[in-house]
Design a protein around this ligand. Structure first.
Ligand SMILES: C[S@@+](CC[C@H](N)C(=O)[O-])C[C@H]1O[C@@H](n2cnc3c(N)ncnc32)[C@H](O)[C@@H]1O
Length: 168
């Protein structure tokens, strides 16, 4: 009986932590919803980076984009605010530790000064703020691939599989 009581509260505790982690992110950006492999491929193809260049995934989720970028010989930096997704991304990219850095934190405060390119999958309501972030924090000439959502007032250079390419 005692064990059952403890198990009940452990399960509830984990459930509450998960709900808090996934819903708290909604205050800062898009919730977790992964890009599928055709979107990841389209993003990387559109960005067309050379080996050794650096791409950021702002809100890197499970780290799939970072891993795909590393497989192409790129350096990749991901920011993730959900502690569970951060841990998952950090763990699943461990094989590429020399190329992939996963940062736990809010990407609105990220240092983007070393970015050659940025991949994002946000929501319409954050795109204007994102535009300002790139404009003020990323180097001139940085390429941006945005999955699903357009950047208001910016010219789309190319698009593929619902991913839009921009150059600043
Ligand atoms: C729509 S998912 C995209 C995941 C991944 N980029 C992909 O394309 O598969 C958005 C991710 O951004 C994270 N996120 C949202 N706002 C954030 C913020 N301000 N800082 C860091 N991560 C954030 C969420 O936790 C979620 O994992």
């Amino acid at each position: 009986m005692n064990e059952l009581y403890i198990l009940f509260w452990v399960v509830w505790g984990i459930a509450i932590l998960l709900i808090m982690a996934y819903s708290a992110v909604l205050l800062f950006g898009a919730p977790y919803f992964p890009s599928l492999s055709p979107h990841v491929k389209a993003g990387l193809d559109l960005l067309d980076l050379k080996k050794g260049q650096t791409v950021y995934d702002l809100g890197c989720g499970d780290g799939r984009f970072l891993k795909a970028a590393a497989k192409r010989g790129l350096n990749a930096v991901g920011y993730e605010l959900n502690p569970f997704m951060f841990a998952y991304a950090w763990f699943t990219t461990r094989k590429y530790r020399k190329q992939v850095k996963v940062c736990y934190g809010n990407f609105w405060h990220a240092d983007l000064s070393r970015a050659d390119a940025i991949f994002i999958f946000l929501l319409t309501k954050y795109m204007e703020r994102f535009d300002e972030l790139v404009e003020t924090r990323a180097p001139k000439g940085v390429k941006v691939a945005s999955h699903a959502f357009k950047i208001p007032g910016r010219k789309i250079i190319a698009k593929d599989y619902g991913v839009f390419l921009y150059k600043y």
